[in-house]
Write a protein that binds this ligand. Sequence first.
Ligand SMILES: [Zn+2]
Length: 125
Amino acid sequence: MPVIISKSFRFEAAHYLPQMPEGHKCRRMHGHSFKVTVRLKGPIDPETGILMDFGDVKKVVKPYIERLDHWCLNEIGEREGIALLQNPTSENLACWLFQELKPQLPDLYSIVVDETCTSRCEYME
Ligand SMILES: [Zn+2]
C-alpha cells in the first residue's frame, strides 16, 4: 500500500520573467518567499514503518535550497548555464528541481513550488 510523504522548504529569491508580454508585471525584477514541497510516493517499509526518513530527505534537498536562497534565480541560470532558470517561472523551477533530485530520491513523486500563498505549480513525471 503506497503512501505519500512530503517535506517543505522555504527560501527567498528574486526573479523576472523575460518571456512574459511587454508591460506584464512579472517582467520586472521582484521577489518571492518561495516554498518548495518535495513529495515522495512508495510503500511503507515493513521493518521501519516509514517510507523514508525526513532527515534523509532534508540532507538531499537542503543544498539546492541554499543554492537558491537570496539570489536572483535568473543570475543562477546565466552563471551556471541552466536554461530552465534563465526563465525561472515556478513551472521551470519545479521541473529543474525534479530533474536534479530524482536520481538521488528514487521515490520522488512531485515537486510543488509555491510562489505566493495562493499560487503554486506541481511538477510530476
Ligand atoms: Zn514572480
